[in-house]
Design a protein around this ligand. Structure first.
Ligand code: TNX
Length: 529
């Protein structure tokens, strides 16, 4: 009797969990009127298998519940949360979350599936400090639409510390994003230690000054830079892997390499001198493919990078490479003659030189069982079969790539560029690249281009948002640009199109925003206005 009264008191007064989280799960069935599961400190977390990854999942669940609701799950009562890993589903990330009055069971098709399930449980909780939270009885059956759910961060234009990168990874985990595309090298800074080429970080990681605004012709005269040791990068990889996130390193080539040339001028067409770039945009100072050492450099760097990053995909950039220098460089022209490259099908010999680099890098990568990933410029000549194409200049690159049988990822400037403004009132916004991509625009994005056949559509791995940081100097500003657009992104990546609904999304958003506040994340408030 006393316990029944206690339950009734909970049902009337308690804080309630709500499983309609972001991203919206594929199926949510709640049994109304049933006695809820009461989550309080007496609840025990148990795992059905003792492996390390599942133990860690249990640890995350305890940590997340404590963080979001103030409840320290200590056990001692009769109720428990059971984590299992034997769900049969074609989708390896699927999970089923079942709630009865005395048990919560999260069963995943893999440990990653279990992790997604416990994230749904965490996001279902109202953020705050409570004695107990009532979980409605019922079941959530869920799996992501796309296997690849990406987010990119440029740490070259402005450097972010290991701790900030880890917080970025925490943000991805909260949103069910499973690939972190780490843009590690660019004209304005090289950010990863390469033991065979120490000058890359001694010289290439630092610039003397940074142009103010958009190439205003005025500079701030402040030294800026930083890099990650291989040990630190491994730590980031480990941190992400624990959260079921893969880290894709990106090493730009042959363009966006002025920081390389500043460190090793012999790898450029003119021999320099070069400096780490202090402006934004596209520089003609790029790697010289006429020089054999350039190829040796690419092979050595990629091999060291693959020693550090176990990722099945390795980014090789490929975007925005002017060919001006190659046209007048005797070494480049000699290479063109030696390889017998002639203009054909509208493709210049110099464009084919870039193709040579793409293919060379690709062979180094595929030799170790990985796949290269490049921006859609890699389609400007014959493209290796294993290459993944990141379509950024619209969706044309994805369409073209998929028609050629390549796997593709959608990341168009029209919807996925989080360095663009999120408000029309740009006067009141921190300075940004331009454009206008509000939350709804991100939400309404459909990643599979209509013109693809069903077979070609199978080659769409997913979509990704990019954050280029020319005008973003602090991590708090990174969060402002990411949140809550990342919430819209994750629903686009995760939820089936027929279950997407912007007004429903908006109604579910306040609960997530409360989590942001609790976690201390800075976020843009336009959607609340
Ligand atoms: C284009 S997107 C770039 C970046 C810039 C970005 C600014 C891409 C492959 N290249 O180098 O930072 O525009 O939005």
């Amino acid at each position: 009797m006393a316990s029944l009264l206690a339950v009734l008191a909970v049902m009337v007064n308690a804080q309630w969990a709500d499983f309609h989280v972001i991203p919206q799960p594929q199926q949510v069935a709640v049994t109304t009127g049933a006695r809820p599961f009461v989550l309080d400190r007496s609840v025990e977390v148990v795992t059905s298998v003792a492996d390390e990854s599942m133990q860690r999942n249990a640890q995350f669940l305890r940590q997340y519940v404590a963080q979001t609701s103030g409840i320290t799950l200590s056990g001692g009562g009769r109720r428990c949360i059971v984590l299992r890993c034997d769900l049969t589903d074609r989708n390896p990330e699927a999970y089923c979350l079942r709630v009865t009055c005395d048990t919560v069971e999260i069963n995943g098709a893999s440990s990653a599936g279990v992790f997604h399930g416990l994230n749904t449980l965490r996001k279902a909780l109202p953020a705050g400090v409570w004695q107990r939270v009532a979980l409605p009885c019922g079941a959530v059956y869920d799996y992501p639409r796309f296997a690849y759910r990406g987010a990119h961060l440029d740490v070259c234009r402005h450097f972010f510390t290991v701790d900030e990168v880890k917080t970025f990874i925490d943000m991805l985990a909260l949103h069910g994003i499973n690939n972190f595309h780490w843009h590690l090298t660019d004209d304005q800074g090289w950010r990863i230690e390469i033991k065979r080429y120490p000058r890359l970080t001694q010289v290439g990681a630092w610039r003397d000054s940074t142009v103010i605004g958009r190439n205003s012709g005025r500079w701030n005269k402040e030294r800026h830079g930083g890099f990650y040791t291989q040990e630190e990068a491994r730590e980031v990889v480990r941190y992400a892997a624990e959260r079921h996130i893969n880290v894709i390193p990106e090493i730009e080539m042959p363009g966006h390499t002025q920081a390389v040339l500043a460190s090793y001028p012999e790898l450029g067409c003119t021999g320099g001198p070069y400096g780490v770039w202090t402006c934004w945009g596209v520089t003609p100072k790029v790697l010289c493919p006429g020089n054999d050492d350039t190829f040796t450099f690419i092979r050595n760097v990629l091999n060291e990078v693959m020693d550090v990053f176990p990722s099945p995909i390795i980014g090789i950039g490929g975007d925005e490479c002017p060919k001006d220098r190659w046209r007048v460089c005797s070494k480049c022209q000699a290479r063109i003659r030696k390889e017998g490259l002639t203009a054909q099908g509208g493709i210049s010999p110099e464009a084919q030189l870039q193709g040579l680099i793409t293919h060379f890098a690709s062979e180094v990568i595929t030799a170790r069982g990985r796949a290269p990933m490049g921006w859609d410029e890699i389609l400007e000549c014959d493209v290796p079969q294993q290459a993944v194409v990141l379509s950024w200049r619209g969706q044309e690159g994805a369409v073209d790539g998929a028609r050629r049988g390549n796997r593709v990822i959608l990341s168009p400037t029209s919807h996925m560029y989080f360095d663009y403004y999120q408000s029309r009132d740009t006067e009141r916004e921190p300075y940004a690249f331009g454009g206008y991509i509000p939350v709804q625009k991100v939400y309404d994005f459909e990643a599979v281009p209509e013109s693809l056949s069903p077979e070609q559509a199978e080659l769409v791995m997913g979509c990704q948002a990019n954050l280029w940081t020319e005008y973003i100097e602090t991590f708090s500003h990174v969060q402002y640009m990411e949140l809550p657009r990342m919430a819209a992104l994750c629903e686009t990546q995760w939820t089936m199109p027929e279950r997407k609904d912007y007004s429903s999304f908006l109604s579910r958003l306040p609960r997530l925003l409360a989590h942001y506040r609790l976690l201390g994340y800075n976020y843009a408030r336009h959607v609340c206005e």
